[in-house]
Design a protein around this ligand. Structure first.
Ligand code: SAM
Ligand code: SF4
Ligand code: FES
Length: 345
């Protein structure tokens, strides 16, 4: 029965909520599910893998998400922020390695005013690359100003579509406001990335199915699935962190339902499984986001424990990841790797 559902999803790219739940709960079909997602990836996207260099430029955050090590209440993390010219220098080096996209990610840090960001963005755009921001919730006017400065893409995970769970885990934040941000980003013409955390305490399979349907409904361009990894220095330290397989299943189902979207093999997946990114690339993913931050900042951007590459350099990671991608018979793209929309499914 569930095998038939995989076949149906591979052919029609459509499943309803009950069907998604059946597939999420059946552990016996995982390999078939991953193989089907890999075939759909190959058919619609091909063998190219796009690299996005990520600069984790500030770990200062005014929010207090219960799952995240950067939450404002965590006094154990040593805080830092990079100055605008330091960010631009890292981006220049990334272009030297061959990156065609730079992603700027941070906590919600108010030091980076629109004016400062405009300066950084315009300098990055002069390098001829695609620029992605992931700075959290901002007003329509702020998103508009970044777009006008040249930003191409924005990443903002919905985290979970379960409103009550979201509001319990993100104190002071509203689910409506999160959705308002995603709508504004779409209206402004960004390529929009969203995604969720898989394995949050009290998260049900039904709500994971809702998440997948939400991504499809909003026609997101990129979907990042993160296995939740408990952090010792947060209120969720006691929760289970064995979320790799479920995150991979959610990812594979996203590929089946949204054949042409960009899907990263996430750093959190590799943190839980030493070959996690390659497994993800063979189960539906087509993007990798290597860290291009330098020095101790890699360690200090401590969302969760065991983060990979904290003692490595951007040059080492670039060579490491390109070697791994080639070793599984895939190629590293030399284009910017925007989503190429096929027919609407
Ligand atoms: N502050 C911005 C935001 O929240 O959108 C961007 C940076 S935030 C650190 C990036 C992502 O990290 C979040 O969307 C969340 O899904 C993920 N994250 C935070 N804590 C995590 C944890 N313990 N395990 C796995 N992923 C986590
Ligand atoms: Fe801040 Fe983002 Fe972490 Fe929430 S997930 S505490 S907004 S860095
Ligand atoms: Fe950083 Fe492999 S990608 S060491």
């Amino acid at each position: 029965m569930t095998i038939q559902l995989i076949k149906k999803a591979e052919e029609t790219h459509s499943l309803n909520k009950d069907e998604l739940v059946l597939l999420l709960q059946d552990g016996s079909i995982n390999e078939e599910l991953f193989s089907a997602a890999d075939r759909v990836r190959k058919k619609y996207i091909g063998d190219e893998v796009h690299l996005r260099g990520i600069i984790e430029f500030s770990n200062i955050c005014k929010r207090d998400c219960l799952y995240c090590g950067l939450r404002g209440s965590n006094k154990k993390v040593e805080r830092y922020r990079l100055l605008p010219d330091e960010i631009i220098d890292l981006a220049k080096k990334a272009v030297g390695y061959g990156y065609k996209t730079v992603v700027m990610q941070s906590g919600e840090d108010e030091y980076y005013t629109v004016e400062r960001l405009q300066y950084i963005i315009s300098s990055l755009k002069e390098l001829g690359i695609a620029v992605t921001l992931s700075l959290g919730e901002k007003s329509y006017e702020e998103y508009k100003a970044y777009k006008e400065a040249g930003v191409d893409r924005y990443l903002l995970r919905i985290e979970t579509t379960d409103k009550a769970l979201y509001e319990a885990l993100d104190p002071g934040m509203s689910h409506e406001e999160r959705k308002r941000c995603l709508r504004d980003l779409k209206t402004l013409g960004y390529e929009v990335g969203t995604g969720n955390l898989v394995g949050l305490p009290n998260q049900t399979l039904e709500s994971l199915a809702d998440d997948i349907l939400f991504f499809k409904e909003m026609d997101a361009d990129m979907i990042g699935l993160g296995p939740f990894i408990p952090n010792e220095d947060t209120p969720l330290k006691e929760t289970s962190g064995d979320n790799f397989t479920m995150a991979l299943k959610v990812m594979a189902l996203v590929r089946l339902l949204m054949p042409d979207v960009n899907i990263p093999a996430t750093t959190a997946m590799e943190t839980l499984n030493k070959n996690g990114r390659m497994i993800a690339l063979q189960s539906g993913a087509n993007i990798v986001m290597p860290n291009i931050t330098e020095g101790d900042y890699r360690k200090m951007y401590a969302l969760y424990p065991g983060k990979i590459c904290v003692n490595d350099t951007p040059g080492h990671c670039f060579n490491c990841i390109t070697g791994k991608i080639k070793s599984i018979g895939r190629t590293v793209s030399d284009s910017k790797g925007s989503r190429v929309k096929k027919a609407r499914f």
